[in-house]
Design a protein around this ligand. Structure first.
Ligand code: NAD
Ligand code: TYD
Length: 349
């Protein structure tokens, strides 16, 4: 079986659902259930014995050791993290705690357990660490996309904490021989994403008739990866990746933020014909230290492992908007309490 951490979050819950559908192999899901963790994302698995949910922290060595001994996973997929750049600017401490100290504790606990396994199990074991393209820093407009060899230059507390965790993963392979894999992907979007990130926030605000807050001039560029494609890429790397290696995962969909927001408005218009939703676009104060451009060169994963994204941005955004329109109760549940406080605090000018 597989141990997934952070499996109640956006990518994690999509991954658990995708994994069970694609492989049928059981999953132990360790999640701290921070504001970003939502057990409701996995409600469809309530009666499925292949999914074992454990409420806990990757930084709790005793808990992780007990789980490893009880379930003997053949692999770990580490998705647990603090993941939102804006929150890392308001309060970096939680990012250091989970992304750096938590990943270190998880790695060290796994290493101690793994090193006592029989040789065959040791060799077959994998620790797959999910990271971000933001560790590479900001690209000039015409520069080539990030390759696995691009030097790290993180600019936000979030990306610095992820960079630190990547370095620890690398060191645990180099020093102790732990069979690690690292993936660095671009911005994900799709169902079940908490509406603090650009695309779900814009969908929610469009539907609610609220302003669509675009930072700065709206010309920052991101590459957009549909979450289902990302899940397939993780499965691909887990199955065929070379221990110690890193794989960059992108969606072949570089866009300016303003074009993304306009595409969201158009897709909502298709589902809910109505007013000119783009009239809700409002330019707001820029994010401090805002990286101008990210882009991914996915040549390695395509050539070595045969993965490339199935969705275009046009098909992915249509599916995503449709999912949000069709799940008003999920939205109502996540846009209460803590969420309202975050929006009031962050978007107050
Ligand atoms: P998310 O914020 O939606 O979910 C994170 C999950 O981790 C939540 O369920 C949370 O409860 C859990 N968690 C947090 N701290 C924990 C701890 N100490 N112990 C156990 N569980 C803990 O994040 P996401 O968007 O699903 O991202 C998953 C991973 O992918 C992260 O490592 C993130 O850095 C990386 N990533 C995300 C994106 C993206 O666009 N969302 C892009 C690149 C990389
Ligand atoms: P985000 O989804 O936070 O991802 P990241 O910062 O990790 O790339 O933001 C994506 C882009 O959208 C980023 O350039 C910041 C911008 N943005 C806005 O313009 N307005 C918003 O309200 C948010 C949340 C993001």
């Amino acid at each position: 079986m597989l141990l997934v951490t952070g499996g109640a979050g956006f990518i994690g819950s999509n991954f658990v659902l995708d994994w069970l559908a694609a492989t049928g192999e059981a999953v132990v899901n360790l999640d701290k259930l921070t504001y970003a963790g939502n057990p409701g994302n996995l409600a469809s698995l309530a009666d499925d014995p292949r999914h074992i949910f454990v409420h806990g922290d990757i930084g709790d060595a005793a808990r992780v050791t007990a789980l490893l001994r009880e379930y003997r996973p053949r692999a770990i997929v580490n998705l647990a993290a603090e993941s939102h750049v804006d929150r890392s600017i308001h309060g970096p401490a939680a990012f250091i705690e989970t992304n750096i100290v938590g990943t270190f504790t998880l790695l060290d606990t796994v290493r101690a357990w793994w090193s006592a396994l029989p040789a065959g199990e040791q060799q077959a074991f994998r620790f797959l660490h999910v990271s971000t393209d933001e560790v590479y820093g900001s690209l000039a407009p015409e520069a080539a996309g990030f390759a696995e060899t691009t030097p790290y230059a993180p600019n936000s507390p979030y990306s610095a904490s992820k960079a630190a965790s990547d370095h620890l993963v690398r060191a645990y392979h180099h020093t102790y021989g732990l069979p690690t894999l690292t993936t660095n992907c671009s911005n994900n979007y799709g169902p079940l994403q908490f509406p603090e990130k650009l695309i779900p926030l814009m969908i929610v605000n469009t539907l609610a008739g609220k302003p669509l807050p675009v930072y700065g001039d709206g010309l920052n560029v991101r590459d957009w990866l549909y979450v289902g494609d990302h899940c397939e890429a993780i499965r691909t790397v887990l199955a065929g990746g070379v221990p110690g290696a890193t794989y960059n995962i992108g969606g072949n969909a570089e866009m300016t933020n303003i074009d993304v927001v306009r595409a969201v408005c158009a897709a909502v218009g298709q589902c809910r014909p109505g007013p000119d939703y783009a009239a809700q676009i409002t330019y707001v104060k820029d994010r401090p230290g805002h990286d101008r451009r990210y882009a991914i060169d996915s040549t390695k994963i395509r050539d070595e492992l045969g993965w490339s994204p199935r969705e275009t941005f046009a098909t992915g955004i249509e599916r995503t908007v449709r999912w949000y329109v069709d799940h008003p109760q999920w939205l109502a549940d996540v846009t209460s309490g803590e969420y309202r406080q975050w929006v009031a605090r962050h978007y107050a000018t």
